[in-house]
Write a protein that binds this ligand. Structure first.
Ligand code: 23J
Ligand code: MN
Length: 287
């Protein structure tokens, strides 16, 4: 049932001025992977889990009631070493694609609906492993729940850490994952939800000028809580997905990921035509 993986090749990194022979290149790759395993085994590279637990109380985005809602996560036992299955335990789960820590594919938004390779099953697999940068705005968000990342914040970050590399995840560290109570996490008031996000000028800069892989956030969605009132509505979804970029939401443990130098692994389920998927997000970081 598995389609051939012939077109799922790795991304070439850097300009190979003097390409080693095929055999030499193979040996080089093997040594890098052997070294990776050694560094992991020796505890010099750590695996940080950026994923929130998935359970019935996992917060799900609320939209205005004129729009169809996404259901909460539910789970039902099929059997548990009982008369329904004496030696085995398993469950049935029911959930929206965009529940808990999840991946947004370009086809999620109308702006990305006709792009090639835009769905969970057609995105080339090499996009599921990539470098990450972390932009820390915890202090700004502590002062303003509706904080929006502006191009000048990106410029300040690049002044300290260097230019954001193409094909990298940009993870926005807001501290929002410390809000363990679902009501505090969604933070809905009379005029709608309040949570931080991106100004559209930043989404445009990151998607078009930096050509990133996508953005990852600690909040329930990659747009700010109030973004339904913005012009255009949900500008980060509109711009990122229109440019073929991805999203990751409800991340945690970004305090354990350095500003540069981490590698993120985030592979959505291969849902045919899927617009997104719950995902286990892992960061490889220097210990
Ligand atoms: C549908 C409509 C608006 C939004 C979203 C979904 C998400 O945040 C999502 O999970 O993609 S803002
Ligand atoms: Mn989503």
């Amino acid at each position: 049932m598995c389609a051939p993986a012939g077109d799922e090749r790795g991304t070439p990194i850097g300009a190979a001025a003097k390409r080693p022979s095929r055999r030499g290149r193979g040996r080089e790759m093997a040594s890098v992977l052997t070294q990776l395993v050694q560094e992991l085994g020796g505890g010099r590279i750590r695996v940080v889990d950026l994923t929130q637990p998935l359970e019935p109380k996992t917060p799900v985005i609320g939209l205005p009631p004129v729009f169809a809602p996404s259901p909460p996560f539910s789970i039902e036992v099929i059997s548990r070493y009982d008369e329904r299955g004496p030696a085995w335990y398993w469950n049935t789960i029911h959930l929206g694609e965009h529940t808990g820590t999840h991946f947004d594919a370009p086809v999620h938004w109308v702006t990305g609906k006709d792009l090639p390779g835009n769905a969970c099953d057609t995105i080339p697999a090499h996009h599921f492993v990539g470098p990450a940068v972390v932009i820390d705005v915890v202090d700004e968000v502590a002062r303003n729940q509706d904080f929006l990342l502006m191009p000048e914040h990106i410029a300040a970050w690049e002044g300290r850490h260097g230019r954001i590399p193409a094909a990298s995840w940009v993870l926005l560290r807001t501290g929002w994952s410390r809000r363990l109570d679902p009501n505090e996490f969604l933070n809905v008031r009379q005029n709608g939800p309040h949570s931080p996000g991106f100004h559209k000028a930043s989404s445009e800069l990151l998607a078009r000028e930096r050509d990133i892989l996508g953005v990852g956030v600690e909040t329930v969605g990659t747009d700010a809580g109030q973004a339904g009132t913005f012009d255009p509505p949900f500008p980060n979804h509109t711009i990122m997905h229109g440019a073929g970029k991805f999203g990751l939401t409800s991340l945690c443990n970004l305090d354990q990921v350095p500003a540069t130098g981490a590698v993120v692994i985030a592979a959505p389920l291969k849902i045919v035509g899927g617009s997104g998927s719950p995902v286990r997000v892992l960061a490889l970081v220097p210990a």
